[in-house]
Design a protein around this ligand. Structure first.
Ligand SMILES: *[C@@H]1O[C@H](CO)[C@@H](O)[C@H](O)[C@H]1NC(C)=O
Length: 418
């Protein structure tokens, strides 16, 4: 079963995430990782979907603006040009892949593909919302689709240089330099634009959505954003602490992120709070779609039950296997789901916004063939509508989409990854 990764793979992932240096794996779930590596399932799907490998472009000219990866190498992107009716439409995807929060973890990230364009995979497959197949991706397949590679460790929002380690945190400069470059090669005359990204890339979407719209001042382009798996909550963990707040606080401080957070938020709250979507989504003026699993696998292992909040290991079985969760653990997770639903209440009341909060144990659902579309893999559905259809209906104003699933385990269309 391709949606059930092996336990060792899962534990390895959980350990990597727990040690806060989830750098070697893909932005997404183990299932996505398998797909990207061309695992058995992935290969079958890819052949059917005829998705192509997309080559990298290294943006050397950005270095003179100080827009560099953690190790000082130039930033990079992969572009699959649009065609026909899609040639004036652009999807800009911000690659995800965790963050780094300390000299130690950043040193590790720096010498990987998440911190250096010297170490990036040169060709990557575009799948799901990035796919060029009309069957997989009916609404966006012929758009210009570009993935901006993630090599700053701070959701494209940092502005700092660490003299002791010689590490650059230039996420915001990378964002500005690559967007300006894309404008110069055709995006300036776009009539439709969609910013997307998953995980730390999904958080980056929330942080940069209004900034992208500002690059299209004439107002003639439709600009919208979708954050996948980016709704990280400032939640209380299983030990009563706030593991993710402490982790995000380290990232914000080390990478000089405060200056790039929405001023309307930093005027009333501390910078770390303004790195949490729940405190900024109500102030975003550009239409935004939040796609998230209510039982987000990465939030369970990174935020709710990381090893340091669970020294006795009481959560170890549950966080790699949902059927091993006790009644009280499940009730803790149900409470987390309720917090997520509550966090989007105000956001939901804005007409242009969209929502798809599934009751799945998942993470990153838009770039997986299996979860993006009803064909060929079988997307999770809410009220009989899958993810690709929901996102398309929202983007093109075909229907209002404010989909919030009933509580686990009521939905039998999920692709649970634990
Ligand atoms: C998950 O947990 C259940 C209940 O404890 C157990 O029966 C099952 O074998 C576990 N699955 C895996 C893959 O470990």
């Amino acid at each position: 079963m391709r949606n059930r990764p092996s336990l060792p793979a899962l534990i390895a992932l959980a350990i990597l995430v727990d040690s806060y240096c989830w750098v070697a794996t893909s932005a997404a779930s183990p299932a996505v990782e398998d797909e990207l590596r061309g695992g058995a399932g992935g290969r079958t799907m890819r052949r059917r979907a005829a998705s192509v490998m997309v080559p990298i472009t290294i943006l050397k000219s950005a270095v003179s603006d100080g827009a560099v990866c953690m190790d000082g190498t130039p930033p990079a992107y992969n572009l699959d040009p649009g065609s026909g009716a899609g040639s004036k439409s652009w999807i800009v995807n911000l690659e995800g892949g965790a963050w780094c929060n300390s000299a130690k973890t950043c040193q590790l990230t720096k010498s990987s593909g998440r911190g250096s364009s010297d170490h990036m995979d040169k060709e990557i497959p575009f799948t799901g919302i990035m796919s060029s197949s009309s069957a997989v991706n009916p609404d966006f397949y012929n758009w210009n689709r570009v993935k901006i590679r993630y090599c700053d460790g701070g959701s494209f929002a940092g502005e700092a240089y660490d003299k002791d380690t010689g590490i650059y945190f230039r996420g915001q400069r990378i964002w500005n330099a690559v967007i300006r470059h894309l404008l110069s090669i055709g995006m300036a005359s776009a009539d439709q634009v969609l910013l997307t990204g998953c995980s730390s890339g999904g958080l980056a979407v929330i942080l940069h959505c209004d900034q992208l719209r500002a690059f299209f001042p004439s107002g003639t382009a439709v600009v919208k954003c979708i954050s996948d798996g980016g709704l990280y909550l400032d939640a209380v963990d299983v030990s009563g602490g706030r593991s993710l707040r402490s982790y995000f606080g380290d990232i914000v401080a080390m990478q000089g992120i405060a200056q790039n957070l929405p001023p309307a938020c930093t005027a009333r709250l501390d910078a770390t709070s303004c790195f949490f979507p729940q405190n900024i989504i109500d102030g975003i003026k550009t239409p935004l779609f939040l796609l998230n699993a209510a039982y987000d696998f990465i939030q369970i292992v990174l935020s709710l039950a990381p090893d340091r909040a669970d020294p006795s290991g009481a959560w170890r079985a549950c966080k790699s296997n949902r059927t091993a969760c006790s009644a009280s653990q499940m009730s803790f997770l149900q409470d987390f789901r309720d917090q997520m639903v509550a966090s989007v209440k105000g956001f939901s009341s804005s007409r242009g916004n969209g929502l798809f909060i599934s009751s799945c144990f998942a993470h990153c659902q838009s770039e997986q063939l299996g979860t993006w579309n009803t064909k060929p893999g079988g997307s999770p559905t809410i009220q009989n509508k899958g993810i690709a259809k929901s996102v398309g209906d929202w983007y093109f104003d075909r229907a209002e989409v404010k989909a919030i699933d009933c509580r686990y385990p009521c939905d039998n269309t999920c692709h649970h990854i634990i």
